[in-house]
Design a protein around this ligand. Structure first.
Ligand code: COA
Length: 332
């Protein structure tokens, strides 16, 4: 393999304007702002409203921002990967829709579905195309319209999720900065704890499945919580050990935003200070594939060229993964 590293050369995010607060949810289900904040850390989340508005509409905003910020012509893009569990339709994939709406005509594009780990899986996948020398400009997106699959009569899930996402442009790095290593994993026996029953080939959508609300997310929260902590902790630990790094040499951890208690527990088990852990769950909730790129976008101005950053995610499946990278630019 070559010494070329794929580095992030631009980052952008998008969240819809409409805000759904905990007080709004108090009017919809039997819950309270106090319960939600103390159990999850979430105060509000964004909801994409409007007839005909879907995940790719948010993806288009992200791609336009990436092209503009990086001064890239759409024709230069080689590949677009969209991590999502809420593509506009089962097929065609959303990545191609985004390309056609952004004038990206020389690229191939596809979606990756790995629940909340989809963005890190996609980022590591996209980086391989740069590292092998096959491509020079790859866009990796993580975007979800979770409000399209959340049951707003189920208090155990509707308080958690929100809409939004972001993405990055990957290019060959000029020095030796960029994506260094990744530890990815999965355990399909976890599928019984977080799933969408109907709408797939196992149980195609029907009047009965809709009446039984089976096209919405179902989650058994406690086992997911425990597996999320161990999946992220173990993959970060392995990543640091095999790169001969101590926790003190890491400048930032950017964790998937599922629950502030998961993030706090993770930081405590890694003995890592919370002021170097990126958190914005209070504003956006869990946007599934959107959380990590939204964090990168919001904290971009704090990252310095050469900062060592660990991204870590856990999701349904179960799936998990952590990526070690050297940030490649000073944003200002
Ligand atoms: N408001 C008030 N009470 C609620 C509630 C809500 N929104 N949701 C659940 N409860 C109740 C439950 O009914 C239960 O009541 P009971 O004891 O009378 O049966 C009680 O609160 C405790 O429920 P439990 O599910 O054990 O709570 P929890 O502390 O585990 O918190 C989650 C629930 C979902 C917040 C938490 O389990 C979690 O975050 N899990 C991981 C989720 C996740 O990371 N998902 C994405 C993976 S990528």
């Amino acid at each position: 393999m070559s010494d070329v590293y794929a580095s992030i050369s631009a980052v952008h995010g998008y969240v819809p304007d409409d805000v759904l607060t905990n007080h709004d949810l108090e009017q919809m289900v039997d819950t309270s702002d106090e319960w939600i904040v103390s159990r999850t850390g979430i105060k509000e989340r964004r909801i994409l409203k409007g007839e005909g508005k879907a995940t790719t509409d948010m993806g288009v905003e992200v791609v336009k921002g990436l092209l503009e910020k990086s001064g890239t012509d759409p024709s230069e893009i080689d590949l677009v990967i969209l991590a999502t569990v809420t593509s506009d339709m089962n097929f065609p994939d959303g990545a191609n829709t985004i390309c056609s709406k952004c004038g990206i005509n020389n690229a191939f594009a596809y979606d990756i579905s790995a629940a909340c780990s989809g963005f890190v899986f996609s980022l590591f996948t996209g980086a391989q195309f740069i590292k092998t020398g096959a491509y020079k400009k790859v866009i990796v997106l993580g975007v979800d319209k979770m409000s399209s699959i959340v049951d707003y009569t189920d208090r155990s899930t509707c308080i958690i999720f929100g809409d939004g996402g972001g993405g990055v442009l990957l290019e060959p790095s000029e020095g030796d900065l960029g994506i260094r290593d990744a530890v990815m994993g999965g355990d399909g026996s976890g599928r019984e704890y977080l799933y969408q029953t109907a709408g797939g080939s196992l149980k195609p959508a029907s009047a009965e499945t809709v009446a039984a609300r089976e096209h919405f997310v179902t989650q058994i929260g406690r086992p997911v919580f425990k597996a999320a902590v161990s999946g992220m902790k173990d993959s970060v630990t392995t990543l640091l050990e095999r790169n001969n790094l101590t926790k003190d040499e890491i400048d930032w951890i950017v964790p998937h935003q599922a629950n502030i208690r998961i993030i706090n527990t993770l930081a405590s088990m890694l003995d890592f200070p919370m002021d170097k852990v990126v958190v914005n769950i209070d504003k956006y909730g869990n946007t599934t594939d959107g959380t990590i790129p939204l964090c990168l976008w919001e904290f971009e101005s704090k990252f310095k060229k050469g900062d060592k950053i660990v991204l870590t995610a856990f999701g349904g499946g179960f799936t998990w993964g952590s990526i070690l990278l050297d940030w490649a630019y000073d944003s200002n």
